[in-house]
Design a protein around this ligand. Structure first.
Ligand SMILES: [Zn+2]
Length: 482
């Protein structure tokens, strides 16, 4: 890694992001345009997120399964809106085993179709419902404008697919998934997301209702960080997912699907990062604490031995700790910068003088109170103090992100206010609900309706663009999005 930093956010946010993901050793560019190699440091972040979300999914009664990545092209064509929505992004295999295939195979962009086919096979009676499935998988959507983690041609995700007896039960499921995503975002990623419904123009291809969680990035743009769809009976009709009710009538099931992906990592980077690099929330940090022993030769070795002893005691507290003790050719200053670049929440510096005085020097990646700098704490107290310090740091990041979002969100009444507000943040505005009006707004400002927030107060007014009556009984959040 070079000694240089990254382009400042204020100068070019996109350059900052593109440089940082590589510098922080999260990813490398893949050999095929738009693909990414997730390096061990980045993959660990994903695993931490995955472990927590997987536990929630299983606790709520879902079972993991794994369906094939090749889907017969005819499956996608059975749901008209679905195939129309996904066609431009499909990768299709036409030759395999040296021969032209009779039917082309789609590399899964999402699995409603193939899972629908098997739901139909596995469901007979109302007693088979609800059927609650999830899969952890890679999917492929050909990207014209790729961006690491945010839009890559291949990415990792989980996709939940469930079938239910009626709309009410399917809607409960849809809202359960949305709530699980909002909790993961807030509690793990320290991303204060806004949950709510998408407008019809922003719905998933084939869904009756789409729900989303939206986070604000530090450039004021929105990131859709997870979506949950009520599919009605659209896929049930296309794939004959039906059951015999108590009176032996054949009835269509109501299905849902919901997904959260490696995109979340991009969200973490852009919610918390700064000009020095990444800032990782402790709950998603591969190393929550890094200890840098200081000193040359024999003194350095003594400090390293003490650092390893301290790391053992910290690890016993259930904390992920790393000792930077095998790179004697690098200066402490270089190491400090590098761990800041890689977003480690807490750094402990340990030199022989500290050890003789029975103290360690602790530095947070960001001060949690104004004016806070490095502090010395008694060496033997370090392990017992760290859980509290890490938990405070996690809460600090969430509060800071929430304050940032509120500072960059405003209610607007006029078109001029709207245009000015969406240039650097979010606008809460009334909208008529017409897709053509959304399109005009997008053409003029690049802003789109992100979410109709669940917790917004009931209000009515006239559309900020066209003056027609508002459609949703509340204000919609508009912003430019990733
Ligand atoms: Zn309008």
């Amino acid at each position: 890694m070079s000694r240089e930093g990254v382009t400042p956010q204020s100068e070019d946010f996109s350059a900052w992001y593109n440089e940082l993901v590589v510098r922080a050793q999260l990813v490398d560019r893949g050999p095929v345009r738009g693909t990414m190699v997730i390096r061990p440091y980045g993959y660990r972040v994903w695993e931490l997120l995955q472990a927590d979300l997987d536990r929630r999914i299983k606790d709520a009664g879902h079972d993991n399964a794994c369906f094939p990545m090749f889907i017969p092209e005819s499956y996608l064509k059975r749901e008209a809106e679905h195939v129309e929505g996904f066609s431009p992004e499909l990768a299709v295999v036409t030759i395999a085993g040296g021969k032209q295939l009779e039917e082309p195979l789609v590399v899964r962009p999402t699995s409603e179709t193939v899972i629908g086919e098997y739901m139909a096979k596995w469901i007979d009676s109302h007693r088979d419902l609800p059927l609650l499935l999830n899969q952890w998988a890679n999917v492929v959507r050909w990207e014209m404008r790729p961006r690491m983690f945010l839009r890559t041609t291949e990415f990792l995700w989980q996709e939940g697919h469930t079938a239910h007896i009626d709309e009410a039960d399917a809607m409960r499921e849809t809202m359960w998934a949305l709530d699980a995503y909002a909790s993961v975002a807030r509690e793990l990623a320290a991303m204060p997301v806004i949950a709510g419904e998408k407008t019809p123009g922003e719905r998933f291809a084939g869904a009756v209702r789409t729900y989303t969680i939206e986070g604000m990035m530090r450039d004021g743009r929105a990131l859709q960080a997870g979506t949950s769809h009520y599919l009605g009976t659209n896929f049930a009709k296309a794939f004959e997912i039906q059951y015999q009710d108590e009176d032996k009538n054949l009835t269509l099931a109501h299905t849902t699907s919901w997904g959260m992906s490696t995109r979340m990592i991009g969200g973490v980077i852009m919610t918390h990062g700064d000009d020095k690099g990444l800032v990782l929330p402790p709950r998603l940090a591969p190393h929550q604490v890094v200890i840098v022993p200081i000193g040359r030769k024999e003194q350095g070795e003594q400090a390293a031995a003490e650092a390893r002893r301290l790391a053992g005691a910290i690890k016993a507290m259930g904390i992920r700790v790393h000792v930077d003790d095998n790179r004697p050719q690098l200066s402490p200053g270089f190491k400090f910068n590098e761990w800041e670049m890689r977003g480690v929440p807490i750094r402990i510096e340990l030199g022989m003088r500290d050890i003789e005085n029975g103290v360690a020097t602790l530095a947070r990646r960001l001060p949690t109170v104004e004016g806070q700098g490095k502090e010395q704490i008694p060496l033997e107290k370090v392990p017992e103090l760290l859980p509290g310090i890490l938990s405070d740091f996690q809460s600090f990041l969430l509060a800071r992100a929430e304050a940032f979002r509120e500072d960059h969100t405003a209610k607007v009444a006029t078109w001029d206010e709207f245009s000015a507000q969406v240039a650097g943040g979010w606008a809460r505005a009334f909208h008529c609900g017409r897709t053509e009006c959304e399109d005009e707004i997008k053409a003029d400002t690049s802003a789109t309706p992100r979410v109709i927030p669940m917790d917004a107060p009931e209000e009515t007014g006239t559309c900020v663009k066209c003056d027609q009556p508002s459609a949703y009984g509340k204000r919609v959040i508009f912003g430019r999005a990733y």
